[in-house]
Design a protein around this ligand. Structure first.
Ligand code: NAD
Length: 279
């Protein structure tokens, strides 16, 4: 039997707490506010931004979408991030990807005040996280840990394998697992024998962006698999990096796509905004 670790209920619980905290802050005259800076006309990015804005509005967090257009320059984006960082009415800032002209998120996000960096995009946030100092982790990486905790998956002393080493998901997820005393291996596109590594995992986190990469040959029967991948399917849906059909009945637990990491990520963006507004 493979348990399905849905994120829907956890996302709902986090959002309910966010709503209550947003209301309490508003009563004290602090109106939690998030700014999402967009410099792309990418359709899936637009879909994601709409979903953040909708969830924020329902939870009592004001969300301003600052659309700079796909022709925005790195200097223009940096100036906008600096302006929002200096605006005391704004508590959280997200710089949406993709960015125009091959600009790197890590580079431009240095203009986000770390106190408002609620999606952990400024390299200072990852550095602080790595050093064990308070910082906002990227919401997706935090969502992986929140899901594991929600389902009481033990981490200390266990083997955790993270597939993917991006700055926004793989690396911070590995750091968060390490901070919880898991023994962590990071795999990536140059890993020589991926299946041999991933079969060692008690907890397997997959954040690659390749539908169906992880199949029954990649897992141990006791593994808990957290699937971060979101790959658009031809019928307009989403598929994970794990081949759910191949893994069902072959692992202890698996997060679904959609409905796993995604709803928790959005809820945590709002929770991080509330934390920033409370300071
Ligand atoms: P990325 O492209 O920045 O990084 C992908 C990583 O996968 C790289 O480190 C690369 O080395 C590794 N990789 C590529 N091919 C591989 C292979 N064959 N074997 C092993 N490793 C391989 O992607 P990202 O931004 O980290 O996102 C990863 C996935 O997570 C994407 O599908 C993305 O859409 C999804 N995502 C989901 C959420 C969410 O909230 N659910 C949030 C962010 C990203």
């Amino acid at each position: 039997m493979t348990a399905i670790l849905s994120g829907t209920e956890l996302g709902r619980q986090i959002r309910a707490k966010v709503s209550a905290e947003a209301a309490a802050l508003s009563e004290r005259g602090v109106h939690p506010r998030l700014a999402v800076v967009v410099a792309t006309d990418d359709e899936s990015s637009a879909w994601y931004v709409r979903s953040i804005a909708k969830t924020a509005a329902r939870s009592g967090v004001r969300c301003d979408v600052v659309d700079l257009g796909a022709a925005a320059t790195p200097a223009g984006i940096t100036a906008e991030l600096a302006r929002l960082s200096a605006d005391p009415a704004v508590h959280g800032i997200i710089l949406q990807t993709p960015l125009p002209g091959g600009a790197r998120l890590e580079e431009l996000a240095t203009a986000i005040d770390p106190a408002k960096d609620i999606d952990g995009a400024n390299p200072l946030s990852l550095g602080r996280l790595t050093a064990g100092l308070p910082a906002h982790p990227p919401a997706t990486a935090a969502a992986v840990l929140a899901l594991l905790d929600h389902y009481a998956v033990p981490l200390a002393g266990r083997r955790a394998v993270v597939v993917g080493r991006s700055t926004v998901v793989g690396k911070p997820a590995a750091q968060l697992l390490l901070a919880r005393n898991a023994t962590v291996t990071i795999c990536h596109r140059h890993t020589a024998d991926l299946a041999a590594c991933t079969r060692e995992a008690d907890v397997l986190v997959v954040a690659v962006g390749r539908a169906g990469l992880i199949t029954a040959e990649h897992v141990a029967p006791h593994a808990v698999v957290v699937d971060v991948g979101t790959n658009p399917t031809t019928d307009g849906g989403l598929a994970g990096d794990a081949d759910a059909r191949s893994l069902t009945g072959r692992v202890a637990a698996l997060t679904p796509v959609p409905g796993g990491v995604g709803p928790v990520t959005t809820a945590l963006l709002l929770r991080h905004t509330i934390a920033a507004a409370s300071r």
